[in-house]
Every structure is written in C-alpha cells, then in structure tokens.
Design a protein around this ligand. Structure first.
Ligand SMILES: Cc1ncc(COP(=O)(O)O)c(C=O)c1O
Length: 393
C-alpha cells in the first residue's frame, strides 16, 4: 500500500510544541497564563447567540445555499459598499468555515506547482502549509522596522518578484506584528501588483480591531485592485466567534466560482444556523465590537507599558490586532529557547517570534486578547520578574 500522497511531503508549518508543554504543566496542576493563542477572551455577544438559537428553534437545520445564505452574502456586500466603497455583489461573496477555509480555497484554486507566493515576513505561518499543499513555494520578504513597527518594504517586495510569482499574501491588520498598513503602503503594493499583473490574497480578519482612531483600508477598495484581489475575512475575532467557524471570501465572480468548487468538494457550506448568528452580527448594532476593541486597547496599553519597562525588552505599540510583538534579542537567546524557558519557569505561554518567519527571530508574540485584564497583568508581572532574574544571573 502506498502512503501518503506526494503532496503530503510538503513542509507543513508546525508550532514549536508550546501547546504540549502548556498542557503538561496544566496537567501537573500549574497555573499557566495563556498569552499565545489568538482566541478572544470575550463571549459571543448575546444578540448573536439569540439569533442562532432562534434559527435552530425555527428549524433552520437542513442543507442550505452552497455559496452561503443569500441574506448573509447580501448583508456583507452592503457592508463592503458602505464601509469601504467596494462594490461586491452577493454573488461575489462565498461564506466559508472561517478565514482558514477561505484562504485554503483561494490557494488551491489559484496556485500551480512551481508558482511562487510572496509573504511579508513576519507572517501568519498557517498560510504556508496551505500554499505548500497546493504545490507552490513561499518567498518570504522581510518587513522593515520603522520606529519599532514592522512596515512594508515595497522595494524588497518588487525585487522578489520573478516570472514564477503568482500571488502576494497581505495580512492587514497584521498578525503577528500589529501593523495597520497605511493607505500609502497599500498603494505602493498595488502599484507592484499592477506592474506585474499579480493576485493578492488580502487576509483582513482583524479589520475591525484597530486602535487610536486608525481606520482599516480594504485592499480591494484601491483603484483597479478589486479585480486582482481575493479578500478574506471572518466573524472570528471582532465578534468573538472563533468557534462558530464563519468566514467569507470576496472576489470577482469567476474567482468565487472556482473557490466554490473547492469548498463544495470539502464541506459544501458552513453550518446554517451559525450563519444566522453571523447575519445578526452584521445587521445589528456594532456597539459590541466597539466595546471589545476599547477594552483590547486598554489591555494593549498594559502590555506595551509592562514590556518596555523590562530591562532589555523593547516593544512598539500595536496599531491593531490583539498581539504585541516584542524584541527580546538583547537576552541573547533564540526566541524558541526564550518562549520555552518562560513557559517552564514563569508559566506564561507566549509564542516564539521565529514561528512567524526568520524576521521574527529574537521576538516574542504576546496575545493581549485571550485572558482577562487581571490575568494579563499577572502574566506581565511574572514575565517581568523572569526577565529581571535573567539580568541578575
Ligand atoms: C492572520 C490570520 N488569518 C486567519 C486566521 C484564522 O481565522 P479563522 O479562525 O477565521 O479561520 C487567524 C487566526 O488567528 C489569523 O491570525
């Protein structure tokens, strides 16, 4: 018996076993503060749950529209029009099981063996395994640091374009760096896309989580970019709906038709009553999102201030997302070593910066959205004490 298929030889991105270490420590009765996984601390807002419950009670339990319910697609199309001025029709939206399935479908439908995909490093590593499953190759282009914030290096991106380049993956706002790309940066990227006739996968899952009055620019809203872009987003982060698994892709109709062939052959469509909850999330008041983002900003400030008060640690202020990306390089250890030592000794789970690409070496990613304010403060206290002890040692 031959096992497995050749495509399984691809380099799947892997964590560094932090999850396993944290699970072991917990099973030993240790109190581990979880600042590594980007799962929102909040519960899903009540009106969203109520809508899903009502749908269940009303018998919304059968197979539905293969592209996702039309009401939800219309509501999303309307939001794209009002919020960003992008005219997606309901037929240009595909409801998926989170951004994960939307991006998987996009990579599978777009990429051929030998194609190259440019990722901005540090990147979201889960995109890599999908690109490689599709048979394509990742080309990591380092971002540049400007006042402790990682920014687009347009020249480096253009220099990385070859005849094999098919796609650029943009994550905006960016995980893990917390960057909210400016319109100017996105225009620079758009110029490259236009010059080389490329496709962009724009992962905008954190589109609603921006701080200090910053606004999110939808990449497809830039002149001429709708035709070149697959926008993917989800209810995951802003509405604390990560377990609901409702996301979407938006793109011109011929692209959506091909993405649909992929989703059709994997999951048909996402859960119908969960889509009714998502519909309530789009249609009803956005006060819940504003309240959560305000609270996220408070947590961000706590974390950034704490990190910058630790000897040798430096952290820029995240402009969006729920992550701080802090430079620990002065401690003279690899980021995987650092994260393991911090977990084992201080019982604080953080993510190694190297997990997010070479550019992330020396950094640690701290999720400030996954624990209560008090637990976060305790986590920072433990981390500060650990860092201080390294200085003395
Ligand atoms: C940049 C990015 N894309 C996609 C995802 C996954 O989104 P979903 O849970 O909607 O599949 C995450 C989750 O952390 C993320 O950070």
């Amino acid at each position: 018996m031959r096992w497995p298929a050749a495509r399984m030889q691809s380099q799947q991105s892997k964590g560094f076993g932090m999850y396993e270490i944290a699970a072991r420590l917990r099973s030993e009765g240790r109190d581990v503060i979880q600042l590594s996984v980007g799962s929102p601390f909040y519960d899903t807002p009540l009106h969203i749950k109520a809508a899903a419950k009502a749908a269940l009670d009303a018998g919304v339990v059968h197979y539905g529209d293969l592209q996702g319910t039309e009401t939800l697609r219309r509501a999303l199309a309307e939001r794209y029009r009002v919020r960003y001025g992008v005219n997606y029709g309901a037929g240009e939206i595909l409801i998926t099981n989170g951004v994960t399935q939307a991006s998987f479908a996009a990579f599978m439908a777009a990429l051929d063996v030998g194609d190259e995909v440019i990722l901005l490093d540090p990147f979201y590593p889960q995109h890599i395994s999908k690109i490689e499953l599709a048979g394509a190759r990742v080309v990591a282009v380092p971002m540049r640091l400007e006042q402790r914030t990682f920014r687009l290096d347009a020249r480096a991106v253009e220099a990385a374009v070859t005849r094999a380049t098919r796609m650029i993956v943009l994550i905006n706002p960016a995980n893990p760096t917390g960057t909210v790309f400016t319109r100017h940066e996105l225009e620079q990227l758009a110029a490259i896309v236009r010059r080389h006739d490329l496709l962009v996968l724009s992962d905008e899952v954190y589109e609603f989580i921006t701080f200090d009055g910053r606004t999110h620019t939808c990449f497809a809203s830039l002149p001429g970019m709708k035709e070149h872009t697959i926008t993917v987003s989800a209810f995951t982060k802003a509405y604390a709906m990560d377990g609901w698994r409702i996301g979407y892709a938006a793109a011109p109709p011929h692209i959506i038709a091909d993405l649909r062939r992929i989703t059709l052959n994997s999951t048909t469509h996402p859960c119908v009553f969960a889509q009714e909850g998502a519909l309530a999330a789009v249609r009803e008041s956005q006060d819940c999102v504003r309240a959560m983002v305000e609270e996220d900003a408070r947590r961000r400030d706590l974390v950034v201030e704490a990190l910058n008060s630790m000897p040798g640690v430096s952290c820029g202020t995240p402009e969006g997302t729920i992550y701080a990306f802090a430079d620990f390089s002065s401690l003279g250890r690899s980021s995987i070593e650092l994260s393991r030592q911090i977990l084992e000794s201080a019982h604080v789970a953080l993510e190694s910066g190297a997990f997010y690409g070479k550019r992330g070496e020396g950094y640690l990613r701290i999720c400030f959205g996954a624990e209560s304010y008090e637990r976060l403060a305790e986590g920072m206290h433990r981390l500060g004490a650990w860092v201080a002890a390294q200085e003395k040692a």
